[in-house]
Design a binder for this molecule. Structure first.
Ligand SMILES: [Cu+2]
Length: 502
């Protein structure tokens, strides 16, 4: 019955090892994939999607990515967008399915990443990891259930496309919304240069040359070409950014042509803030008002009253504000860069505030993730981690060699340095920032919780020289990136992966 015997691993190993020394054999074994990863199209991914509680409702829409223009108060910028900048807000209810067909009329391949959504892995929009890139002229259908209410957004995950006009808000409403408010505004913050002073690929090429020892930490907003030589921020622990932007936008509009939000005195408004910038943190305040911070990256927190809120790239905060009577400045300071985005809130008569209005709330109590606690209903049950992954943020401006653990991401072999995780585990990630710059670290497919009862989030500022520990439950099988959401740091290689084992 010899023909029924399984091939012996020993026999196979001795065949491979023929002629190799014991040490070489060990090295080979160390390189072999000991833990094959689940594929995005595996049964486990489909099963996880089937287990999601769905409402049965489906929202169908088309997103046409193409070339176009953006009118910046008379400056016409050539750019790429989903038709408008930002794209029209996509709204679902929790449990609804989104069925979005992307039509790519741009001159290069693209994808859409649904930032923050714990969705099925094969819809996560990461080329070479969860799908093939959508070629110029091709289409792709994204279909997934949105399991959690909250403020999310979408953008390409290809090259430097995010620093053009390719972004929009994805709002997942709670059918049993516990918050009481009269109105809701989406405030999208962006740093803009595309088609004005440069293009994102050119900026990345310049950055990639490295800045030598030229980069200082003294002042604010000194530039050289498209690069920022000085951009200091206290809450960001030093250097605030790398890129000079001629415009900062709220909902696609510069301060010279601001959006005006109208309402009435005494109304309670929920403001959903989203930082879609590539290289800019924003400090947001509404003149004459305090803000009650209620949600971080879509998930509720114990409400905290603040004067202003700091958002790194990719972060979202929801606030509730009770409006006064008059005209007010909604300002988003480009943190450490000496410029701002601006909009107007009007509930009555009065002169429109000037763009350069001194807004005292900007220097008041600042809401940041480390001041927040997860609301009880979304706090993770207390549990010791089964697995602890330490990720060291590395690199510097001189060489522009940003990486995780000194292993720059390889698009050709994206799983080479992936951290294996197993479904059901409580996983702790320690982001250790060994650099002299802050980094907004993002995890795909999960909403972790900051250690010691902190907020639920998917994108978190990690300050220079500091460590941020976050916990999550491995309950969404697949292959997931974790990366710096400074677009140019990511493009330089500051991307890693966590992958579920089979
Ligand atoms: Cu970074």
């Amino acid at each position: 019955m010899d023909h029924l015997r399984s091939p012996s691993p020993l026999t196979r190993r001795s065949f491979i090892g023929a002629g190799l020394s014991g040490a070489a054999l060990l090295a080979l074994a160390a390189c072999a994939p000991t833990a094959p990863f689940l594929s995005p199209t595996s049964r486990a991914v489909a099963d996880a999607e089937a287990a999601r509680k769905v409402s049965g409702a489906t929202t169908r829409l088309a997103l046409r990515a193409g070339t176009g223009t953006l009118d910046l108060a008379g400056t016409i910028a050539q750019t790429w967008s989903y038709g408008a900048v930002p794209a029209p807000v996509i709204r679902l209810k929790r449990g609804d399915t989104l069925d979005a067909t992307l039509e790519n009329t741009m001159p290069e391949a693209t994808t859409i990443h649904w930032h923050g959504v714990a969705l099925r892995n094969d819809m996560d929009g990461v080329p070479g990891v969860t799908q093939d890139p959508v070629a110029a002229g091709a289409s792709y259908r994204y279909t997934f259930a949105a399991p959690d209410a909250g403020t999310y957004w979408f953008h390409p995950h290809v090259g430097t496309q995010l620093d053009r006009g390719l972004y929009g808000a994805l709002i997942v409403e709670d059918p049993q919304e516990p918050l009481a408010y009269d109105d809701e505004w989406v405030v999208i913050l962006d740093d803009w240069l595309d088609g004005v002073t440069s293009t994102p690929p050119k900026v990345f090429a310049e950055l990639s040359q490295g800045m030598g020892d030229m980069k200082g930490m003294g002042g604010t907003g000194r530039r050289m070409g498209n690069l920022l030589m000085e951009s200091a921020s206290k809450p960001l622990g030093g250097d605030a950014g790398d890129v000079y932007y001629p415009h900062y936008l709220i909902n696609g509009r510069p301060p010279a042509d601001p959006e005006t939000f109208t309402s009435a005195p005494g109304k309670r408004v929920r403001i959903r803030m989203i930082n879609v910038g590539a290289d800019t943190a924003f400090r947001v305040a509404l003149s004459g008002h305090r803000l009650t911070l209620t949600h971080s990256d879509g998930f509720p927190v114990d409400p905290v009253d603040v004067d202003s809120v700091l958002l790194g790239m990719g972060e979202r905060y929801d606030v509730i504000v009770t409006l006064g009577d008059g005209a007010f400045a909604l300002v988003a300071e480009a943190e450490g860069k000496g410029a701002r985005a601006f909009a107007v809130v009007r509930t009555g008569s009065g002169a429109t505030p000037p763009v350069d209005l001194t807004v005292s709330e900007l220097s008041g109590r600042l809401g940041t993730a480390d001041t927040l606690r997860a609301a009880a209903e979304v706090a993770l049950p207390i549990r010791d981690p089964d697995l602890e992954i330490t990720i060291r943020l590395r690199g510097n401006m001189a060489k522009y060699n940003w990486s995780l653990d000194g292993k720059p991401f390889s698009p050709d072999a994206p799983m080479d340095n992936a951290h294996p995780i197993t479904a059901g585990e409580r996983v702790r990630i320690n982001f250790v920032n060994t650099t002299t710059m802050w980094h907004p670290m993002h995890l795909h497919g999960h909403t972790y919780q900051h250690a010691n009862g902190g907020p639920r989030k998917d994108t978190s500022i990690v300050l220079p020289g500091r460590t941020l520990s976050v916990d999550f439950d491995a309950n969404n099988p697949g292959r997931w990136l974790t990366h710096c959401h400074n677009l140019y740091h990511g493009e330089a290689g500051m991307i890693g992966a966590l992958a579920y084992t089979q």
